[in-house]
Design a protein around this ligand. Structure first.
Ligand code: ZN
Length: 516
């Protein structure tokens, strides 16, 4: 006779993602693990005097979502920032009004952070500049971040405080946009976030705590039980900060933290490179390298990239290469081929983050090296209209080809890249299944995938992407009790209703951490 369960979910429609037993009516939990998944008739035999029973009233139970690429600290900061995203502002004038309002409530001289603008959705169809921001707030330094996270606008006071002027030379890989005649910066900066964050005063501990409480609430209210932090800068400092949040119980989902190559030595010195135990509440993820072509050339250059990738691969670590454009995807594949060619085969699961434009010949090469693609289906929903209008053919035909990637046998994991777009995985499921943008356009409908597959890439495949599929991502005996009770079965509802599914309860480690 089994010992009784600590907690029993019954009267549920359980989607286990376990092929041996795909559906069930009850989930029995003991400690932080699932002990049994089965039929309603089995419930009585699992109940003891102390068993807590949750009647799910016929609702669906799914494995907790695993956001394979997001930025929790940036989300915490962003939830404190003035929201200038397309759903909040439609023009530069409205954007100015929002910043002006915040300035009125902020002590003079303190930084104002605003976020989420996208010039494509502004009536003026241009980036705001320093003078626009000066009109809204001349006495507070203002940093307005672009939705992509790769550009931002500073007002005049902010430029002055950060020492960015006519004479300032671009840091490597960055661009300071300038007035053509005077050479004076116009406030718009590309790929200079790290450069600036180092010069700007950091958020106070109290602010960060407030932001993290909001971020935690956001993750849990969406049934997200695991996060993979894909930030590459300030890894050591970030690790400490996140560890503090974890220790104080202020960030409930499990967390894998990626690090940048320049922090490898420090992590090694502190013995942190071994902190990779599957299922741990805080652990190390892959080593992130950002590739970009913003300046017209590949950064880092191919040879340098090959050396870096080889070094990380040789150290037995997982690579996570950030690539958007086709040329970047190709460069990443070449670097991985170069690294793999020189070593004996092992299960390395190197990752391509985003891999936004991926034509068939690159899909084939990816398959050969068995890379994992970490995609963001929600981008189709939130930016689909812009893609239709701005991405030229033939690139357009290879945009987020999730169906083709899965069809070729590749592992694809899903993520939000939050705070770039909201973290709600049901928007991601909707977009992966319908390929439909918020505005109604469809993008490459032949790349759509069934709802069950979409659920899998957000749970089981995300776990695979961090070497944790043996403990997370499905509801089976021995697996971690990380799950969500949701308002409707995503594999049964009409596709258009996927985005409206609500989370009713979220459980991490066998504990109910959130309830509607
Ligand atoms: Zn990202």
């Amino acid at each position: 006779m089994n010992p009784p369960a600590d907690l029993l979910l019954r009267n549920a429609s359980v989607i286990t993602l376990d092929q041996a037993k795909p559906t069930a009516a009850i989930v029995a939990i003991r400690g932080n693990r699932i002990m049994h998944v089965g039929r309603e008739e089995e419930a009585e035999s699992l109940v003891g005097a102390k068993t807590k029973i949750v009647d799910c009233a016929g609702k669906a139970v799914i494995p907790g979502f695993n956001d394979a690429h997001c930025h929790p600290l940036a989300l915490a900061a962003s939830l404190l920032s003035v929201d200038c995203g397309p759903t909040s502002v439609r023009s530069i004038r409205e954007l100015q009004a929002r910043i002006r309002q915040r300035a009125e409530q902020t002590p003079q001289g303190e930084w104002i952070r605003a976020k989420g603008y996208n010039e494509f959705y502004l009536a003026e169809r241009r980036h705001p500049n320093r003078w626009d921001l000066d009109q809204a707030s001349p006495d507070h330094p203002v940093k307005l971040s672009h939705r992509s996270g790769h550009a931002c606008v500073l007002n005049t006071l902010a430029l002055k405080l950060l020492g960015i002027c006519k004479e300032t030379a671009e840091p490597q890989g960055g661009i300071i946009e300038r007035d053509l005649e005077s050479g004076e910066p116009n406030g718009l900066l590309f790929e200079m976030n790290t450069y600036m964050e180092r010069l700007m005063p950091p958020l106070s501990d109290e602010e960060l705590e407030r932001g993290m409480a909001l971020a935690n609430e956001e993750f849990l209210s969406h049934g997200i039980t695991s996060l993979q932090d894909a930030t590459w800068s300030d890894s050591a400092k970030r690790w400490q900060t996140l560890r503090r949040f974890k220790q104080r119980g202020e960030l409930s989902p499990r967390l894998s933290v990626m690090i940048g190559t320049e922090d490898l030595e420090e992590f090694e010195g502190k013995g942190l490179l071994t902190k990779r135990e599957p299922g741990a509440t805080l652990r190390l993820g892959g080593v992130k390298i950002v590739l970009h072509t913003t300046t017209g050339q590949l950064t880092p250059p191919q040879e340098e990239l090959n050396d870096l990738a080889y070094k990380v691969h040789q150290a037995g670590l997982q690579l996570a290469l950030h690539v958007i454009e086709e040329s970047e995807v190709e460069a990443a594949i070449s670097a991985l081929e170069h690294a793999l060619l020189q070593t004996t085969k092992r299960d390395c699961r190197h990752r391509l983050e985003h891999c936004s434009v991926c034509p068939p010949h690159l899909v084939k090469r990816l398959k050969n090296i068995q890379a994992v693609v970490v995609t963001q289906p929600s981008f189709i929903y939130y930016s689909g209209e812009r893609y239709v209008a701005t991405v030229p053919s033939p690139e357009f035909n290879w945009l987020y080809p999730i169906g083709s990637l899965l069809g070729s046998g590749l592992r694809v994991a899903a993520s939000s890249d939050s705070p770039v777009v909201p973290s709600n995985p049901f928007i991601g499921l909707y977009a992966a299944v319908t390929r439909t943008a918020e505005t109604g356009q469809t993008l490459l409908p032949h790349e759509s995938i069934p709802a069950l597959k979409a659920l899998e890439i957000y749970t089981l495949n995300s776990a695979y992407a961090s070497f944790e599929e043996m403990v997370k991502g499905r509801l089976s005996p021995g697996y971690l009790a990380d799950l969500a009770v949701v308002s409707a079965d995503p594999t049964q509802v009409p596709p258009e209703e996927l985005k409206d599914i609500e989370v009713l309860m979220t459980m991490v480690d066998g504990e109910i951490v959130w309830q509607r």
